[in-house]
Design a protein around this ligand. Structure first.
Ligand SMILES: [Fe+2]
Ligand SMILES: [Fe+2]
Length: 476
């Protein structure tokens, strides 16, 4: 079956690359089958007000129109090449960037691209049932926007695999459609992408914290010496910004609604009034922030040193951040706190290149701090004396130097017994999940919204909140 190339908007000259066309022609029907099985369930015939990238120009990447999701045009876009770009870090600092893959780094680059690629379909799978319980048409549309763009991000990575990695790449591209989030035999590659996202508060936390990990991974790859990867991830970042917006404003609106109900009914426990209490929101934050920190990998990592030395993966804004002056990074050490088996803390210095995961995670954590400040502003404005916090980076970790140790959210080491006794105060309990689940009833009426969340400040693309963001083909 031939692909109609006008159906795949692209700026990679797909029309004149028969080899790549053949590879994509074999992959595309499998992608569509995957989308049907694991993408949003139950909205096939409906018209969604979606943004589609039709070019990378400022006026082209955000083209809004009503489309059916299965007809969405998943395009392949790279930002235009930067003139005379040189490798911005590592052993080959200052040398020309690569447009082909050097044989020596083939394996590492494939691993990097596959690991990034695997997260994109995973999140679609995690969110596949959320459309059935959307709190408003506005939110329903935002969910689908995130979903189709994660689909496009998969295309972006599959393009690289097909174009540059031959048979190996084609096999990896197939495997990206075979693994499934949360599957016992064939799960997705990274922990947070196998966790269930069963309610909208989890979705908003996921898009705040887990998509934000994506932002930092993509940012590190946007520095890569392998220019097609750098240009591809740079364009993905423009779309990722919307996902982060959906997450941050989503949680903000849940907090705002809780605060309103607290004031109105003069109580902290807003569950009686159909809201989600601040302490439950805090537990969700603890959960998703900690599992997203795990995505950065080990603080002391030989892989990350390798990736940095070879110019494959840099730091956040490596080439833009003026405060980074040493792009070779061989001189210094990075101090980290480690714990021995008895829980005694000591300071250890590791070579700076081995600490690249930690640097990227620190950039991420600073960004999350700013998000929390904005959420807390809502509470301040409502004169509620409660502050949301981020847990310590030691809390609830499965990876790295704090992995599987019983720290509380303040970062104090507890005994396993103490931890088990308190865990219901740190992380959502079964009954928290059950309560939140009980609120998950769809609100599909134009301009209406569920009672547990405040409406957004404004709508999408200059439209009001009361706008038909989804037009159903028949009654739901
Ligand atoms: Fe993505
Ligand atoms: Fe995303």
């Amino acid at each position: 079956m031939a692909i109609s190339y006008e159906k795949i908007p692209n700026n990679v000259d797909l029309e004149n690359d028969p080899k790549l066309q053949r590879a994509l022609e074999q992959w595309q029907p499998n992608f569509l089958q995957w989308w049907k099985e694991t993408g949003p369930q139950g909205f096939d015939g409906d018209l969604i007000y979606l943004r589609t990238a039709v070019s990378v120009e400022p006026n082209g990447w955000a083209h809004f129109d009503y489309v059916k999701m299965k007809d969405y045009k998943w395009g392949i876009f790279l930002v235009p090449p930067e003139k005379e770009r040189v490798i911005p870090f590592g052993d080959d600092y200052g040398k020309p960037i690569w447009n082909e893959i050097p044989g020596a780094f083939r394996k590492e680059l494939r691993r990097i691209i596959v690991t990034q690629g695997d997260t994109e379909p995973a999140s679609v799978e995690q969110q596949k049932l959320l459309g059935k319980t959307a709190p408003s048409l506005y939110d329903l549309r935002n969910l689908f926007q995130v979903n189709v763009e994660e689909g496009r991000h998969l295309w972006a990575m599959v393009y690289l695999l097909h174009k540059f990695f031959g048979k190996d790449g084609r096999e990896e591209a197939e495997d990206l459609l075979t693994r499934r989030s949360g599957h016992s035999d064939s799960p997705r590659m990274l922990g947070a992408f196998n966790k269930p996202v069963n309610d909208w508060l989890a979705f908003f936390c996921f898009t705040t914290f887990t998509d934000r990990d994506g932002k930092y991974q993509l940012g590190a790859l946007a520095e890569s010496a392998f220019d097609p990867l750098a240009r591809s991830t740079q364009f993905m970042l423009t779309e990722e910004a919307h996902h982060l917006f959906v997450g941050e404003t989503g949680v903000r609106r849940v907090i705002e609604r809780a605060a309103q109900l607290m004031k109105e009914h003069k109580t902290d426990d807003v569950t009686k009034y159909g809201g989600i209490s601040l302490d439950v929101i805090q537990k969700y934050i603890n959960e998703w922030y900690s599992s997203s920190l795990d995505l950065f990998g080990s603080e002391d990592s030989s892989n990350s040193a390798n990736y940095f030395a070879n110019g494959l993966k840099g730091r956040w804004h490596e080439s833009k951040d003026k405060s980074i002056t040493d792009h070779i990074a061989l001189e210094d050490g990075a101090g980290i706190e480690v714990f021995d088996n008895e829980g005694n803390k000591k300071r250890q210095t590791i070579p700076v290149r081995r600490a690249m995961n930690l640097f990227l995670r620190n950039s991420y954590m600073e960004d999350c701090d700013r998000v929390l400040e904005r959420w807390n502003k809502v509470l301040e404005d409502e004169a509620i004396h409660y502050q949301m916090t981020l847990p310590s980076d030691r809390f609830n970790r499965a990876q790295g130097i704090y992995g599987n140790m019983p720290f509380d959210p303040e970062g104090n080491l507890l005994t396993r017994e103490e931890y088990d006794k308190c865990v219901g105060k740190f992380l959502p309990t079964e009954s928290d999940y059950k309560y939140v689940q009980s609120l998950m009833k769809p609100v599909y009426e134009l301009g209406k919204i569920a009672g547990w969340i405040a409406p957004p400040l404004r709508g999408i693309n200059g439209n009001p909140f009361e706008f038909a963001y989804v037009k159903f083909s028949h009654d739901k």
